[in-house]
Design a protein around this ligand. Structure first.
Ligand code: ATP
Length: 286
């Protein structure tokens, strides 16, 4: 478990303030609009920066005073990182394995394992600066998994990955999540619906929601509407804030709408997906 107490972290005009938070084994999804503080929180959890006030405690070890122990258990992929472009993937992974003190000479060499698993091995001699962004991100992901870290922190890990690569990453995280503490910051909420067991919503540096997927979605049910309308009914709703999606098909239109009341009769409540629940919560302030 990672426990946070009285954390304050200031960056110019922005302040992240988390009075109390407990992160548990499994995958926690961190959501929130641009600038909400997701990357800052991950950076703090990764010990890449220090809070101005408060404590972060990793399974009993406070980061202050136990940095080497804590860091040896962290696998971190920031959203933006300068790769060593003249290295190839193999050299890059060897470099990080050596920094982490991992033995790569054994039969169960983790570099070989992750290069095969993430299909990096065909490109292992290509300079990173010549690799695609998707490949660079796979190499970064592999780097984070070296050494079997207890805490895996991923900032927008789906960026640049095609659907197949996303599936592969999800499969790996699904295998790891029963006995690792994984925190993922992402704007693509629905992609994580099959894996995340907790959701944290950060807004202007503070937690607005922390709970299970069921708790995330449930109070939004009564505020999301779906159905078919005749085309001549549609014009008045385009300008309105509540419109989530609108598709004209075969002379009618399919509408999804957020609001306490539906704009037209004939629309019915629907169970929202995670992104729709986020829209409901942002607009209706649940
Ligand atoms: N190097 C910096 N110097 C000054 N302010 C910064 C710096 N980096 C981030 N900030 C500010 O800190 C706040 C939080 O940024 P952060 O990157 O943690 O948000 P985020 O939720 O990850 O956003 P995004 O979804 O855009 O990645 C923002 O207001 C941002 O402008």
């Amino acid at each position: 478990m990672i426990a946070i107490h009285g954390l304050k972290y200031r960056m110019k005009a922005f302040q992240l303030h988390i009075e109390r938070l407990e992160l548990m084994t499994g995958l926690t999804l961190l959501v929130g609009k641009n600038g909400a503080g997701k990357s800052s929180l991950l950076k703090l959890l990764a010990t890449a920066c220090s809070p101005g006030e408060g404590q972060i405690i990793y399974d009993g070890y406070e980061s202050k005073g136990h940095i080497p122990v804590v860091r040896s258990q962290i696998g971190y992929v920031p959203s933006h990182v300068e790769l060593y472009g003249d290295m190839n993937p193999q050299q890059f992974l060897q470099y990080f394995a050596q920094l982490k003190g991992i033995d790569t000479r054994s039969d169960k060499d983790p570099i070989t394992y992750w290069m095969e698993r993430l299909e990096i091995d065909q490109y292992k001699h290509k300079k990173l600066k010549k690799c695609s962004l998707g490949m660079q991100h796979r190499v970064l992901f592999a780097q984070a998994l070296l050494g079997r870290p207890r805490y895996i922190l991923l900032d927008e890990p789906l960026n640049y990955l095609d659907q197949r690569e996303r599936e592969r990453m999800m499969d790996i995280l699904s295998e790891l999540s029963p006995n690792r503490l994984i925190v993922v910051a992402s704007h693509e909420l629905n992609e994580w619906a099959r894996l995340a067991s907790r959701i944290i919503w950060l807004d202007q540096g503070e937690i607005r929601f922390e709970g299970s997927p069921q708790q995330w979605v449930m109070p939004c049910n009564k505020n999301i509407w779906e159905g078919w309308i005749d085309l001549d009914q549609s014009f008045s709703c385009f300008e309105k804030e509540g419109l989530v999606s609108y598709r004209e098909i075969g002379g009618r239109a399919h509408l999804v709408w957020i609001g306490q009341e539906p704009p037209f009769s004939g629309l019915a409540n629907k169970i929202p997906d995670w992104e729709e629940a986020y829209l409901v919560r942002s607009r209706i302030r649940i």
